[in-house]
Design a protein around this ligand. Structure first.
Ligand code: AMP
Length: 210
């Protein structure tokens, strides 16, 4: 299964991608996590991406396309993958097509902007492995520590309220048109965000027939 998760920042793509990845036994490719790791390690890609990510802007398409093409060529992607946070623009989606990548489904998680702003304030991210938590809806077992690897959890700089607002504007302008792009190709499925992670997972599984 080659799956794209669409949805506004904070819609729960990362959380649902982790759940689906475990269930389907295929990797999640999160461009956000790859960029954050590159920034932390000070690699050339990280240095290029930093100012965009911290401002809540999109990193240039050519950088993203390079990262993703390289990652998809790795062996663990042979049986499928979940793309979380990519494509985010029409040129990125066109680049996937040009690379001969025929996805099975683009699944959009629908959620109101007001819910997102509230939700992002409680989000915590592992500084080491990128796993995400929420202080209310998905707390870690030990406060401030990642369940997977024990590393410190932190608040992402780009989860600050004013940055969230610009990320939402970018989403509506640049990323939302991808729904029509994939609908035209008969690949779009949509689910409504639910009050709990489990309920949203159930909706996604129903939509995907898994
Ligand atoms: P995310 O973790 O998916 O919310 O991504 C965090 C930030 O990384 C975004 O706000 C962008 O600055 C950057 N980013 C991640 N994926 C992409 C992408 N596909 N295209 C452009 N920028 C991206």
């Amino acid at each position: 299964m080659k799956l794209i998760l669409l949805g506004a920042p904070g819609a729960g793509k990362g959380t649902q991608a982790e759940i689906l990845s475990r269930k389907l036994g295929i990797p999640t490719i999160s461009t956000g996590n790859i960029l954050r790791a590159a920034m932390k390690n000070g690699t050339p890609v990280g240095l290029k991406a930093k100012s965009y990510v911290e401002a809540g802007a999109l990193v240039p398409d050519d950088v993203i396309i390079g990262i993703v093409e390289e990652r998809l060529a790795e062996g663990d992607c042979a049986n499928g993958y979940i793309l979380d946070g990519m494509p985010r623009t029409i040129p990125q989606a066109e680049a996937l097509e040009k690379a001969g990548i025929d996805i099975d489904c683009a699944l959009s998680i629908e959620i109101a902007d007001e819910v997102i702003v509230e939700r992002m304030s409680g989000r915590r991210t592992c500084t080491n492995c990128g796993a995400t938590y929420h202080v209310v809806s998905a707390p870690p077992k030990a406060e401030g520590k990642c369940d997977n690897c024990g590393a410190e959890l932190s608040i992402r700089k780009d989860d600050a309220p004013e940055t969230v607002k610009s990320r939402l504007e970018v989403y509506h302008k640049e990323t939302e048109p991808l729904k029509a792009f994939y609908a035209e190709r008969g690949k779009l499925k949509s689910v409504e965000n639910q009050p709990t992670i489990e309920a949203t997972t159930a909706e996604i599984e129903k939509a995907l027939g898994i």
